[in-house]
Design a protein around this ligand. Structure first.
Ligand SMILES: [Zn+2]
Length: 409
């Protein structure tokens, strides 16, 4: 299984200059090839192959105007042509919209190096065209004995540098458990579970939205107002843009950290996990709710659960998005007529009092266990709320190994 490991690093001035130059060349080559492919498609309905764009690159390097492309490592330039090829493959398969040009300001600057263009020895990573290894903060170890096949260097809008190493990784299976959990996207909370889990949820089974979020958002709004006031092209505008970038990065980082913590705990504590294929689009009509959903990052959470379940031999069941989880009494099974979004708690005719989200999570669990018992009954879908283009299986089968099925030690 391939897994990527990302670390921060601090380039020397010379390395930063080399990388910035490489990013610029990558962007240039991508845009030139996109232009050529677009022209061929629009004017002659011709599809241009990766090999054809690779030949173009060779020709571009020979011109006086683009001679500077020869100064950087050729590998990231070839890789960006492969990425463009992938973008077109997705477009022709109707999985993605037409590829867009890379912009210096809006696109993430990155360069990908394959094994011929980097050297990793004794924890020191050296890239092609560089004399010195990068100063990497190894915040966690790479899997033992694995060699990265690809190294991607990038810089985010906050000006921070990252290196991402793609490695082969065989995760250590977690000990088996009989527990199962239903998970609902919270509206007032981050998530609601069908049962409380110690150290993760409150007594009701809810995982609260972190308190720092509101302050982070205020800081972002302030930075954005500051940016709007600065004159275009001015030095102060550049500074203000960096400030906005840093505020965005902070929010995204803290959210990802939280989601990693939560999903790892959920996968560790449960053998079967059930989620609803949330129709995020419908919920987004409500603006305040839109914020909550964006913060909760449902699709990011779902994809983390998907791959962690696969790694650790757990089962993730995704139930139909039209299942009336909120309106169904988890005690007697009576369906309520209406359930506006502002209703947080309700009492059923049978006398049971429900928290809206916890009740939904209990129903989701029951529906998921029924699906898991039948082995099917859930429709495969072509797209996921995360907008990923690949066809995904909705019921992720457990990949139990012998080691996982037996008690360890
Ligand atoms: Zn009831």
């Amino acid at each position: 299984m391939k897994r990527s490991f990302r670390f921060r690093f601090y380039p020397t001035d010379a390395q930063a200059a080399e990388l910035s130059r490489t990013f610029g060349c990558v962007r240039k080559v991508y845009n030139l090839a996109l232009e050529a492919r677009t022209e061929a498609w629009q004017q002659r309905q011709e599809r241009v192959s990766y090999n054809a764009t690779s030949a173009m690159l060779t020709a571009w390097k020979k011109t006086e105007e683009l001679a500077y492309l020869r100064e950087v490592s050729s590998v990231p330039l070839q890789q960006t042509l492969r990425h463009l090829q992938g973008a077109f493959t997705n477009f022709f398969a109707k999985h993605a919209s037409y590829p867009r040009f890379k912009s210096r300001k809006k696109s993430r600057a990155s360069a990908e190096y394959t094994s011929s263009a980097f050297r990793l020895r004794d924890g020191r990573l050296t890239l092609a065209k560089m004399a010195e290894p990068l100063e990497i903060v190894w915040s966690r170890p790479l899997p033992e004995g694995s060699t990265p096949t690809t190294v991607t260097v990038s810089q985010d809008s906050a000006g921070r540098w990252f290196v991402s190493l793609l490695c082969d990784d065989q995760p250590v299976p977690m000990p088996e458990t009989a527990e199962a959990v239903g998970i609902d996207a919270g509206i007032s909370s981050l998530l609601s579970l069908s049962r409380p889990i110690e150290g993760l949820t409150d007594r009701q089974g809810k995982i609260r939205n972190p308190r720092h979020e509101r302050m982070d958002h205020e800081r972002l709004a302030k930075a954005q107002r500051g940016l709007a006031r600065k004159a275009k092209g001015s030095k102060n505008r550049e500074k203000a843009r960096l400030k906005v970038g840093r505020a965005h990065a902070r929010i995204a980082d803290r959210r990802r950290d939280l989601l990693h913590k939560v999903t790892t705990a959920l996968v560790r504590e449960n053998q079967t996990l059930v989620i609803e294929d949330l129709a995020v689009r419908n919920l987004l009509r409500n603006r305040t709710l839109a914020r909550a959903i964006a913060d909760a990052s449902w699709s990011e959470l779902r994809s983390m659960l998907e791959y962690k379940a696969r790694w650790y031999g757990r089962e993730l069941v995704v139930i139909d998005r039209w299942f009336p989880s909120s309106k169904l009494c988890s005690n007697c099974g009576t369906l309520q007529g209406r359930m506006p979004l502002n209703v947080r708690a309700w009492t059923c005719g049978c006398g049971a009092t429900h928290d809206r989200d916890v009740n939904a999570a209990i129903n989701i669990l029951a529906a998921g266990l029924a699906v898991a018992a039948c082995g099917d009954g859930v429709r495969p879908q072509r797209s996921t709320p995360g907008g990923q283009s690949s066809m995904k299986q909705e019921v992720v089968p457990p990949q139990r190994t012998r080691a996982a099925a037996q008690p360890r030690g």
